[in-house]
Design a protein around this ligand. Structure first.
Ligand code: ARG
Length: 576
């Protein structure tokens, strides 16, 4: 049950009945002031102003019409006209029971939408690097969250698999094949790309061949297509290994690379011209946008086709949005791309909307994020200044986690240790990224992310094992818990309320695409559980009813933590 939505609805109805204008909307949220069950409704002031009456007078009328007898113990008017709602412990207990009885924690069903999530999107013949890491991790959490809620999620890996660089890559692959060294060269994609570029820059014969291959590839030449396919396949095989390691849900079927839209580009440019949106300018085809001004204050020109006939990244993104409407029937498209590409997207989308390629109701959202920085506040690099390879980074994470876990559990056998180190190490890297407000740059710090204290993966994973272990230790059958949840102590009430707030939390994450909100919630839940655990004995509770009620709260805590972490793509273990 989404308490926030439920109370908003109730207040809305009462407001209408009290004569407030139909468009007045109450904003209901948990009040920061009171510890338990205190939600506050805002928006009375605005409505009263429109009606020309004192806010408190309207608030009183609303209370007369408000029907929440079973829900609240007390409702009162505070300050100039806020409405404070004090939830009844019995009602909260009932919500907790319902969550416990339901496989989906009784999260309110949504009206399913088709939501395309554009994420990860590495480039062919290049190693995925830490820059792609954020998109992959945050995008996947979003995909998991929206799937959990019942939406039809389409994962779109917008692979950089097209462009003029492929002539050079094909020519270099050919050279390596002739030397019987293709496999080896492709095992290090970064090196492969660098070498290809070097040959292109330094060897005129090679460069000529490369240019020739670009043209051939674009006209569908079979040899070039085969070589291109090889580059794509090898890159994706390597990336797939990384996805699996990261517990990311992307599969080969989710690849919708730039090449997919290539057949649409000529038609789009012609159409933009026909619609008078694109014009010839110095040989290129350009769309001038009044919305964006250049330094001289003139409308900015966005090139959609170059002088030599080539198309651009923007042309592809225009086609891609159109495709996501026409073929995928998307209601929403979420783009997880770093903030440096914001202007690019805005320009592409402005053109898409002006050309009428998608309906107004389709929402295009740039869920941008900042850069990953080192502890020194500079872009995250190796000691010698190179880009850090993702595999090396993940190896180090596991290595460090292994040392920590081994120290805490000297008796743990090797297999288990390896598994826990994997879960904690990978979890730490992911969680560190997920738990920060994604719009800011973020500082990568091993010690912080692997700490057992604070809002970290190890803390959350450990909190989960602690709750789960209560059941294991006492060998309790969940189904034997027949007594109802009773909230008599304040720690019990706080925990129960926090538990049922999972619903409004996940709804917020799904609206805003902000997994850090889920992290903050889970962290708070784990801490609330700690407070409860210290103050309310569970197994040694004073009577059987209390014992069962507390066990149920613990059970729901374990399930909520696990489910919450699962929507983030963070694994748990039973002991660590
Ligand atoms: N391949 C691009 C890069 O590495 C990211 C693609 C993002 N998605 C998109 N629809 N433009 O920068």
């Amino acid at each position: 049950m989404n308490i926030q939505a439920f109370l908003s609805e109730k207040i809305s109805v009462a407001m209408c009945a009290a004569g407030a204008p139909a468009d007045s909307e109450p904003l209901v949220r948990q009040s920061a002031k009171v510890q338990f069950g205190d939600y506050q409704a805002n928006g009375v002031m605005g409505a009263a102003k429109k009606m020309g009456i004192p806010p408190r007078q309207l608030a009183e009328k609303i209370l007369e019409k408000l029907d929440i007898t079973d829900v609240a113990d007390k409702v009162e008017i505070a300050g100039p006209g806020f409405i404070n709602i004090f939830l009844s412990p019995q009602w909260v207990a009932k919500q907790a029971e319902d969550a416990l009885a339901d496989e989906h924690l009784n999260v309110t069903p949504v009206e399913p939408q088709t939501i395309v999530i554009d994420y990860s999107s590495p480039n062919v013949a290049k190693q995925m690097h830490v820059g792609h890491l954020r998109s992959t991790i945050i995008g996947d959490a979003s995909a998991r969250t929206l799937s959990f809620l019942g939406h039809n999620v389409v994962r779109a890996n917008h692979l950089g698999d097209w462009g003029t660089q492929f002539g050079m890559l094909i020519a270099y692959l050919e050279k390596k094949q002739n030397e019987n060294a293709a496999d080896m060269a492709l095992s290090d994609l970064e090196e492969f790309y660098r070498e290809a570029k070097k040959h292109y820059d330094e060897d005129e014969v090679f460069a000529e061949r490369a240019r020739n291959y670009v043209v051939k590839l674009q006209s569908g030449d079979e040899y070039c297509r085969t070589m291109w396919r090889k580059l794509v396949d090898i890159t994706m095989q390597q990336n797939q290994v990384t996805y699996q390691r990261l517990n990311v849900t992307l599969t080969e079927d989710d690849i919708m690379g730039e090449s997919l839209y290539n057949p649409m580009l000529a038609g789009i440019v012609a159409d933009l011209k026909a619609k008078g949106l694109a014009v010839e300018s110095e040989g290129a085809t350009v769309v001038f946008l009044d919305e964006y001004k250049n330094k001289e204050g003139e409308p900015m020109g966005v090139i959609v086709q170059k002088k030599d006939g080539g198309y651009l990244y923007t042309t592809t993104d225009i086609a891609c949005a159109k495709y996501r409407h026409e073929t995928l029937h998307a209601d929403r498209v979420l783009y997880y791309i770093d903030s440096r590409q914001h202007q690019h997207l805005m320009q592409a989308w402005t053109i898409v909307r002006k050309a009428g390629y998608i309906p107004d109701s389709m929402s295009l959202e740039h869920h941008m994020f900042g850069m990953m920085l080192g502890k020194d506040g500079r872009p995250f690099k190796t000691r010698s200044g190179g880009t850090i390879r993702l595999t090396d980074l993940l190896d180090e994470a596991q290595e460090r986690a292994r040392a920590l876990i081994a120290e805490k559990n000297p008796d743990m056998d090797k297999d288990e240790l390896n598994n826990v180190a994997r879960v904690v190490g990978i979890g730490a890297v992911k969680y560190a990224d997920l738990s920060k407000n994604r719009t800011t740059d973020y500082i990568f710090d091993w010690d912080l992310m692997l700490s057992f204290e604070g809002n970290t993966a190890p803390y959350m994973q450990y909190a989960y094992t602690r709750v789960a272990s209560i059941f294991k230790r006492a060998d309790i059958d969940e189904n034997a818990l027949t007594q109802p949840i009773a909230l008599t102590q304040s720690h019990e009430r706080q925990l129960a309320l926090r538990l049922v707030q999972f619903d409004e939390t996940i709804m917020q994450v799904s609206r805003e695409g902000t997994p850090h909100v889920m992290c903050a919630y889970l962290y708070d839940l784990a801490q609330t559980f700690s407070g409860f655990y210290e103050n309310c004995p569970i197994l040694s509770a004073e009577d059987e009813n209390t014992r069962q009620s507390r066990l149920k709260l613990a059970r729901l805590t374990a399930r909520t933590l696990k489910q919450g972490l699962d929507t983030l793509g963070i694994e748990t273990v039973d002991r660590m």
